[in-house]
Ligand binder design. Structure first.
Ligand SMILES: Nc1nc2c(c(=O)[nH]1)N[C@H]1C(S)=C(S)[C@@H](COP(=O)(O)OP(=O)(O)OC[C@H]3O[C@@H](n4cnc5c(=O)[nH]c(N)nc54)[C@H](O)[C@@H]3O)O[C@H]1N2
Ligand SMILES: Nc1nc2c(c(=O)[nH]1)N[C@H]1C(S)=C(S)[C@@H](COP(=O)(O)OP(=O)(O)OC[C@H]3O[C@@H](n4cnc5c(=O)[nH]c(N)nc54)[C@H](O)[C@@H]3O)O[C@H]1N2
Ligand code: SF4
Ligand SMILES: [Mo]
Length: 735
């Protein structure tokens, strides 16, 4: 065991805060400040600070488990792996390769996500792979790709935020979901910039805002169109920019002009003067940004909604220019990298399309297989879960806990129980792992090396800091062992190295020439430079690039803009540029967008209602989200005493008027009933929420599970479910 401090990153959210880890004499691990990482400069939220608690064998899995006469019992690794190989082989023999499903996670490192996509396609031969990122930022990814030709969460580093003039933060509660990032917004205000927050609740983040707009859930599309209408009406468009750098303005303009401010007020509940004030604050400064998070994205029209916010940026000349732009605040630890390297149903590494013949040829060559042997695109996450037990008979799950986190969760739980065979790799016995036929205990974060890509598109090195406990193996070892068992005579295990750096070297080659090009990035560079922004092509094709390394923003462009932005000389990208090595691309689109003609595309979108409007039977809208002390399905954070003390269980946030109608006082149990089911949790009464809306966090299983209620209505493009709006009624419960 090493006993000095190892610089690494937090296991949880997409900020990927830097931290130092030091093993202590008593076997625990101490987190200390790592001030050299520019995103958090040493600051951590409570989750990051307490993350080592999940390393303890008190709460984690340290032995494989197999189901025997109905219960999970400890087993040897060989027995557990053999059982998985048997289960998957039987399904394949009886029902064909597409009857085997794979479900991944945006928390997995790039190496794992890459290997999982490859494993599904070349070992299992299945098209049925998707991952929880579909539930996360997929609508923003779809809209970003349509508009800019490329999806990278933020096209600029967070450090640009304090220097812009105004930020509209749409449906992000970053004071709770990414607390150290609040610093950038405080600095923005200190510099005289303005912060506008759009959220149906007066959140901790909204309390920081100069202007808080509180629309009805699911109406952000109308709000953005109303603002664009005013931009046009008040003559605030940037005609030269529209002419030079965009396409499709006429249709988008016409659609916006149909959304009169008074009409928008009726839909959103945001008063016209507030709308005007927002437009003024956004348009007056020279630079401005719009950042979206899950509020506007997790809607059955999330892609169009994000498109409408991008339209606002394009019409005012605020994209692809220094200190201006649209960005999505990606959520999971590797939410960005996890969507680039092939665990998504329609995708190959390097953010390539599975339907693109050239991409198939390139990746098949790296993998040493026939391009025609690669399956086509499969189902999206919810559709995959919905097909369990029918078309999909066996599932391999790595890095997600859908029993708690999937929409219409009681149904998803039923589908999971209907499987012939379920194998789960996890660090803890999650609610989903508890239903498995085989559970494999895997190494985590501090015990293994790997890369993640944070919300800025900054590729980072997470380093192994401690020795894992006896009995656990890494996800990469699991894939290696399963490939050996499932590959028969083919020796496929050789295609699944267990050394993360070896996997990364292959990922570099597979991504070379693709939109998310990592070919110029090495572990050595990541260690020395504190992260590298993609695209970062290998200049001489030394990573084995097939085809052209088509860069969306040249190193030169990034460099000259850095100079314009007065980036400090210690910016690592600048040092390496002198060696002819690509410096990486902190800022995208500065001279052209990544579309074929280099122009950004307006989205000709119009407002439409939420999939389930309130009615007499279900008169209230439910929206869902997060609290600061719990992470996601809570599988990890519900095992940390300090976090449980801070956030012990679910609640229903509601307005006093609604509470009075129900006869409920603070803390009384309240039943929330939707067409999918019923959940019960204590009332938390606050004037900080709209009276027509209730809010529940989704971190808990059981009676208070918010996802029992949510509506799996999918966005037609991104296939994102409508987590942020469904119709419910409230009932008093005798306590
Ligand atoms: N503490 C904590 N931090 C996390 C996570 C966690 O689970 N816990 N998860 C990580 C992940 S994966 C993600 S994706 C991010 C998510 O980060 P955020 O997007 O900040 O989190 P949410 O709470 O889901 O949603 C943000 C806000 O959207 C608002 N909202 C609800 N409906 C609407 C709507 O219709 N329109 C608008 N404009 N707003 C609406 C909610 O009131 C909420 O305050 O957080 C990351 N960080
Ligand atoms: N109602 C509602 N539902 C939501 C949302 C919402 O806002 N509202 N948000 C959605 C969003 S944005 C997201 S991202 C999802 C997230 O929800 P989930 O996909 O359930 O995410 P986690 O709870 O992070 O689950 C990750 C699991 O993987 C395990 N794990 C961690 N690291 C590793 C590893 O390295 N290897 C393996 N094999 N396992 C590991 C963890 O212990 C945990 O059990 O929830 C979605 N669900
Ligand atoms: S903000 Fe995110 S990355 Fe930073 S310490 Fe908290 S959970 Fe970890
Ligand atoms: Mo997420």
């Amino acid at each position: 065991m090493q006993n000095s401090a190892t610089p690494t990153h937090c296991p949880y959210c997409a900020l990927q805060c830097g931290m130092n880890l030091t093993p202590a004499a008593d076997g625990t691990v101490e987190v200390t400040e790592r001030a050299d990482f520019p995103v958090n400069r040493g600051a951590l939220c409570g989750k990051g600070r307490t993350a080592p608690a999940v390393l303890s064998s008190r709460v984690r899995l340290t032995s494989p488990l197999v189901r025997s006469e109905g219960t999970l019992v400890p087993a040897s690794w060989d027995e557990a792996l053999d059982r998985i190989a048997e289960g998957l082989t039987r399904t394949r023999a009886e029902h064909g390769p597409d009857a085997v499903g794979v479900f991944g996670g945006g928390g997995l490192t790039n190496e794992k996500a890459y290997s999982l996509g490859k494993f599904a396609r070349i070992v299992l031969g299945t098209s049925q792979i998707d991952y929880n990122g579909r539930f996360c930022m997929s609508s923003a990814a779809a809209a970003g790709t349509k508009a800019f030709g490329l999806d990278r969460g933020l096209p600029f580093p967070l450090e640009d935020i304090p220097k812009t003039g105004c930020v509209i933060l749409v449906g992000s509660n970053l004071a709770e979901t990414m607390p150290p990032s609040l610093r950038f917004f405080n600095e923005l205000k200190d510099n005289g910039g303005k912060l506008i927050v759009v959220d149906p609740r007066r959140t901790k983040t909204a309390e920081q805002a100069d202007l808080h707009l509180a629309p009805r859930p699911g109406t952000d599309l109308a709000l953005a169109l109303g603002m664009l209408h005013l931009v046009v009406a008040e003559g605030r468009t940037d005609e030269a920019y529209i002419e030079e750098r965009t396409a499709g303005w006429e249709d988008a303009r016409a659609a916006a002009m149909a959304h009169w401010p008074e009409y928008v007020e009726r839909i959103t509940g945001v008063a016209v003067p507030q709308l005007r004030e927002a437009v003024r604050m956004f348009c007056e400064p020279e630079h401005a940004m719009v950042l979206t998070a899950r509020g506007p994205e997790q809607q059955s029209k999330g892609t169009d909604t994000v498109g409408a916010w991008i339209n606002l940026c394009l019409a005012t000349g605020r994209a692809g220019r220094p200190l201006s732009g649209y960005g999505c605040l990606t959520g999971q630890g590797n939410g960005q990298g996890g969507r680039e390297h092939g665990q998504k149903a329609d995708q190959l590494p390097g953010y390539r399309k599975l339907t693109d013949p050239a991409a198939r040829r390139h990746v098949a060559e790296v993998w040493g297989v026939d391009p025609d042997s690669l399956p086509g695109p499969g189902r999206s996450a919810y559709e995959l879960l919905d097909a369990l037990g029918t078309d999909i008979r066996s599932l391999l799950l790595m890095g997600s806990n859908p029993v708690v986190s999937a929409p219409r969760a009681a149904h998803v739980e039923e589908r999971i129980k209907a499987l012939d065979f379920l194998a789960v790799c996890d660090v803890v016995l999650s609610e989903t792992a508890a239903l498995a036929d085989v559970v494999l205990p895997v190494t985590q974060w501090a015990e293994e090396t790997g890369t993640t890509t944070n919300l800025e598109g900054r590729v980072l090195l997470r380093r192994r800091a401690i020795t894992p406990p006896e009995g656990v193996r890494s996800d990469l070892e699991v894939m290696h062992e399963l490939a050996a068992r499932l590959g028969g005579e083919k020796g496929l295990e050789k295609s699944f190295p267990t050394d993360p750096e070896e996997v990364f070297e292959e990922l570099r080659r597979a991504s070379a020439g693709g939109p998310a090009d990592y070919s110029g990035i090495t572990y050595r560079r990541l260690a020395e430079e504190n992260g590298v922004f993609w695209p970062c092509p290998a200049p001489d094709g030394s990573a084995g690039a097939a085809g052209s390394a088509e860069s969306v923003a040249s190193a030169d462009a990034a460099d000259s803009e850095d100079a314009a932005l007065d980036v400090t000389p210690e910016d690592p990208a600048r040092d390496v540029a002198e060696d002819g090595v690509h410096p990486g691309t902190p800022r995208l689109f500065l001279d052209r967008f990544a579309t074929e003609d280099g122009r950004a595309r307006f989205a000709p979108v119009s407002h439409r209602a939420v999939a389930e409007e309130p009615d007499d039977e279900y008169p209230v809208l439910l929206t869902t989200g997060r609290v600061v002390a719990q992470y996601q399905s809570g599988a990890q954070t519900r095992r940390v005493d300090e976090l449980n003390a801070a956030a012990p269980g679910p609640f229903v946030e509601l307005h006093p008027r609604l509470a009075a109608r129900l006869g409920a006082s603070e803390g009384d149990p309240v039943a929330v009933v939707s067409r999918r089911g019923r959940a019960v949790a204590p009332a938390r009464i606050t004037t900080g929420i709209r009276p027509d809306t209730v809010f529940m966090p989704f971190h808990w299983p059981g009676e208070g599970r918010a996802n029992t209620l949510t509506n799996p209505a999918l966005d037609p493009t991104s296939r994102m479910p409508e987590f942020k709006a469904c119709a419910v009624r409230l009932e008093a419960v005798q306590s």
